[in-house]
Design a protein around this ligand. Structure first.
Ligand SMILES: C[S@@+](CC[C@H](N)C(=O)[O-])C[C@H]1O[C@@H](n2cnc3c(N)ncnc32)[C@H](O)[C@@H]1O
Length: 257
């Protein structure tokens, strides 16, 4: 709770990022006022091995199709291996994921956690997704079936598919009960801020939160919301970017790693 309080203390609108139209073209460009792109990732950097001593020798499970069947919305191989290794190391018995998409990350979590682990994964109801697409982020969503990657696998029994908008979803039954939360839903600031506040409520003491897309390149300015949001807690002392990946992580010191 102490860390949640200090987290909220740093929660002030930064107002340093904004999207604008480049005067020379119509492509959206990310502008970081008074901050060059190269220095905007303000969370302290730590190596995976530094955060989780001994993780370097962990062996993980991944399917061949997860390596080959990639698309823009899925995690690159390095992040998939990192997520799998973190799951093997932390051995969470309860996991909450915001942003299922096709379920590739859900399957990876399922394949690398103990047999009795319960995974709750949330995505928009497909019927709501259509309205959402029209109202909020036109053209951002490809056609997909939520959770198709883990359904019909021998790991599906570990997964509870939840449907709803992360902004107003009723997290009541899950509050304080999660060992591990993976935040990978809508990447715009107001959503990441809300999802992050929920993530801190979901974990119990000793829990771990992982965010995808804290680091991004110029092709994905929509991820700036993740960076802006987490930059606001850079001084909390508990939140880091994982060196060499796009991930940011919070490890509650009571985890004892
Ligand atoms: C980047 S994808 C998740 C990728 C997935 N974690 C993986 O690695 O395979 C983001 C997902 O978040 C979902 N999403 C976007 N906004 C959401 C919201 N407000 N509530 C719940 N899910 C949302 C999208 O439908 C999409 O499936």
């Amino acid at each position: 709770m102490h860390y949640l309080k200090s987290f909220l203390k740093f929660w002030v609108p930064a107002g340093v990022l904004e999207l604008y139209r480049n005067s020379r073209g119509n492509q959206p460009q990310l502008v970081v006022e008074s901050m060059p792109y190269e220095t905007q990732f303000l969370l302290p950097k730590r190596s995976l091995v530094d955060i989780f001593p001994g993780i370097e020798s962990i062996v993980v499970n991944i399917t061949v199709s997860q390596v080959y069947e990639q698309d823009e919305w899925m995690m690159p191989l390095k992040e998939m291996l990192t997520l799998a290794a973190i799951c093997r190391y932390v051995q969470p018995r309860t996991v909450f994921e915001i942003g299922t998409y096709r379920g590739a990350s859900t399957l990876l979590i399922a394949m690398n956690t103990p047999d009795d682990t319960e995974i709750f994964t949330l995505d928009l109801d497909p019927s709501e997704r259509i309205a959402y697409k029209e109202n909020v982020i036109a053209d951002a969503f490809p056609q997909f079936t939520v959770g198709e990657a883990y359904q019909n696998t021998s790991f599906a029994f570990k997964v509870h598919q939840l449907l709803g908008n992360s902004l107003n979803f009723d997290y009541g039954p899950y509050i304080g009960a999660m060992d591990f939360v993976f935040v990978d839903g809508d990447h715009s600031y107001e959503f990441v801020k809300s999802d992050t506040e929920k993530a801190f409520q979901l974990i119990h003491p000793g829990g771990v939160i992982l965010w995808d897309d804290y680091l991004w390149d110029r092709r994905h300015p929509e991820c700036a919301g993740v960076t802006r949001c987490l930059n606001e807690i850079k001084d909390s002392g508990c939140c880091f970017q994982i060196d060499g990946t796009r991930f940011a992580i919070y490890v509650d010191p009571r985890a004892g790693f």
